[in-house]
Structure formats: C-alpha cells, structure tokens
Design a binder for this molecule. Structure first.
Ligand code: ZN
Length: 92
C-alpha cells in the first residue's frame, strides 16, 4: 500500500455496539482524501483488516464499503468515522 504510514481500522467490536470511551477532536480544519470503495464490508476487511481503514498521507486514503444509498447508515458511518481520523480525530 502506497500510503501505509498509519492505519486505523474500525474494529469488529464496534460493529457489535462498542462505544468509544475517549474522543480527541479533529486537529485539522480540512483534509484531502481519496476514497477506495469496496463492494462489501467483508471486502474491506479482506483489503485492510478492518470495517474501514484510513492511511495517513497527502492525500490520505480511506478504504470503505460503498453505501448502497443515502439510507445505508452503516456504510456512511464507516466513511464518516474514517474521515474524522483523516482530520486528526482519535479514540481509545
Ligand atoms: Zn477509529
């Protein structure tokens, strides 16, 4: 992977209702990212080891499942989660 400086992946525990205990707000006001869609969440796991992944770089790279539509809350959640990481947010 060409931007593999740092990888943060959503965990399987998150999918089972895990709530994060800590939150560090994003340090950046803007970020340039590329998004690599995978057809399913399992394909994302097979690609990078988590439900969604973020690779730090310029631009950053987010690998996430492609939302089926605007009602696909799970896929949109994963995309937003990784975008928060790209902006500098952190959690436990
Ligand atoms: Zn995360």
């Amino acid at each position: 992977m060409f931007l593999a400086a740092l990888v943060l992946a959503t965990s399987a525990a998150l999918a089972q209702g895990w709530k994060y205990r800590s939150y560090k707000e994003p340090a950046r006001e803007k970020v340039c990212v590329q998004v690599m869609w995978r057809a399913t969440e399992q394909e994302v796991v097979d690609t990078c080891g988590g439900a969604g992944c973020w690779y730090k770089g310029e631009p950053s790279l987010i690998i996430a499942p492609r939302p089926k539509d605007f009602n696909d809350s799970r896929a949109i959640y994963i995309l937003g989660h990784e975008l928060l990481h790209a902006l500098g947010a952190e959690h436990d």
